[in-house]
Design a protein around this ligand. Structure first.
Ligand code: GLN
Length: 466
């Protein structure tokens, strides 16, 4: 009830596309009944959660924030949604995001942009720069901005995002909450409408690191419907209260000193590295030499997979179909022109360009090869004894909406992914933790990147900092 009242009070944030009040009340009543009858309880029994609107929910509209899928009602639940239901969790609704997960602001949705709850915080209001008025609310980051805002505004305890290049960590960082991208293959993608199959991972957004570990325990594990999930059974874990930092080696990758990073982030990063060192950890500078090429290769691979994935939206099988009936081709073209925004269409065009017979080797294959080098850089650093890497998550604090949309969205979006997409390229787990406030009174966060399948270690270190 209290989460529902927050959903209603903060509806101006536009965090939810669909609020599932009836489902929530029914599931909560069932949870109450189980509790009062002394029945065994699920790990998340009675816990309110939200899901990004690109996860399929049986009988509940799933739009991908796009005209293409507006009104689409999936006939089945994504595996992660089903797992949350099986553990007794209570669905508050489907959250807003950039169309098909393409973006870094949560500003490109057919339902309108998501507003960052911190835009209305006392600290920000007191400290914001002169000249800003109430229309200058802040972006949440993206693309899972609705999920991050939903957790940050207190409307739920866990929200699922998707993370292809940073879409869970970026908004979690800007909204002052925890965002975990698990190892690729640890959590099923079945029912997550794909963006980039080789990088997509369901992401977990929570108020604290312990909650992320609990949610991971529910969500992780082999799924016969997703052949890329690991076969080995996943052992849910509880994070220890203390960690022996003297046995920990933290790497600071020098290539993450990216142009455009704010001075505040740089000093926070240095301060936290010093804190770990003072507390007994070994902190060393490391090099991941292929990092500077990562963002370019990410976009070649991302758009190529997008071009292939989006081919399914032809007006015949799902969602929108244009009225244009001059020919089948004309119907396809009109459906896609009407159904997709220009970011999506731009990526389809770029991707098809990279996949052309005469370009394939020069762009797609080369990007694949560089991807391998990027992944190998991480392996080498971890093999040298480093347990986790400490890096920034974002270049700065959340931008005001008007400033964000002034710049060319695609350029801005690409810059925003600079620290996050490498972990997707390499399939590694990464988590962002809120660490402090900027001069403007907005959340800042830092990212830890861990060894593949070492979520427990990663989250234990993150918890120490929290
Ligand atoms: N900004 C990234 C992109 O637009 C994020 C994608 C994602 O993680 N869904 O590709």
């Amino acid at each position: 009830q209290s989460c529902l009242s927050f959903v209603k009070e903060t509806s101006f944030l536009n965090a939810y596309i669909t609020v599932t009040e009836e489902v929530a009340l029914k599931q909560a009543a069932e949870a109450d009944k189980r509790f009062s009858q002394g029945k065994p309880l699920g790990l998340l029994d009675g816990i309110p959660f939200a899901i990004k609107d690109n996860f399929s929910t049986q009988g509940i509209q799933t739009t991908c924030a796009s005209h293409m899928l507006k009104g689409y009602i999936p006939p089945y639940n994504a595996t992660v949604v089903q797992k949350l239901f099986n553990h007794g969790a209570v669905l508050m609704g489907k959250t807003n995001h950039d169309e098909f997960g393409m973006g870094s602001g949560s500003t490109d949705s057919i339902f309108g942009p998501v507003k960052n709850p911190w835009s209305y915080s006392k600290t920000y209001k007191e400290k914001r720069f002169a000249g800003h008025n109430d229309a200058d609310w802040l972006i949440t980051g993206g693309s899972s901005g609705g999920s991050a805002a939903a957790v940050s505004a207190g409307t739920c305890y866990v929200a699922l995002g998707s993370d292809t290049g940073g879409s869970t960590r970026n908004p979690a960082c800007h909204c002052g909450v925890v965002g975990l991208k698990p190892t690729y293959g640890l959590v099923s993608r079945h029912g997550l409408i794909p963006l980039v199959n080789s990088m997509d991972v369901p992401g977990i957004i929570t108020r604290c690191v312990d909650d992320a570990a609990t949610a991971l325990g529910v969500l992780a594990g082999h799924d016969p419907y997703d052949s890329t999930t690991f076969q080995n059974p996943f052992e849910p874990f509880k994070l220890p209260e203390t960690i022996d930092l003297s046995k920990l080696c933290i790497g600071i990758p020098k290539e993450y000193h990216a142009p455009g990073m704010s001075a505040e982030i740089l000093s926070l990063w240095t301060k936290v590295a010093d804190m770990f060192e003072d507390a007994g950890a070994k902190v060393i500078a490391v090099s991941l030499p292929h990092t500077p090429y990562s963002i370019v290769c990410y976009h070649v691979l991302c758009t190529s997979e997008v071009a292939s994935n989006m081919a399914r939206f032809d007006g015949l099988q799902y969602g929108h179909r244009s009225d244009v009936e001059d020919s089948t081709e004309a119907m396809y073209a009109a459906t896609r022109r009407e159904g997709f925004n220009d970011v999506v269409r731009g990526r389809i065009l770029s991707g098809n360009f990279f996949l052309l017979k005469q370009n394939y080797e020069q762009y797609f294959l080369k990007a694949q090869k560089v991807r391998r080098l990027i992944a190998d850089d991480f392996v080498k650093v971890f093999e040298s004894g480093v347990h986790v890497l400490l890096t920034p998550t974002t270049l700065g604090d959340a931008a005001p909406y008007l400033e964000f949309i002034q710049e060319d969205n695609r350029t801005r979006s690409a810059q925003e992914d600079v620290f996050t997409q490498c972990a997707n390229m390499a399939g590694l787990p990464a988590v962002t933790v809120p660490v402090g406030l900027s001069r403007r009174g907005l959340p800042l966060g830092l990212q830890f990147i861990g060894r593949a399948l070492c979520e427990e270690q990663l989250l234990t270190v993150a918890k120490w900092l929290e």
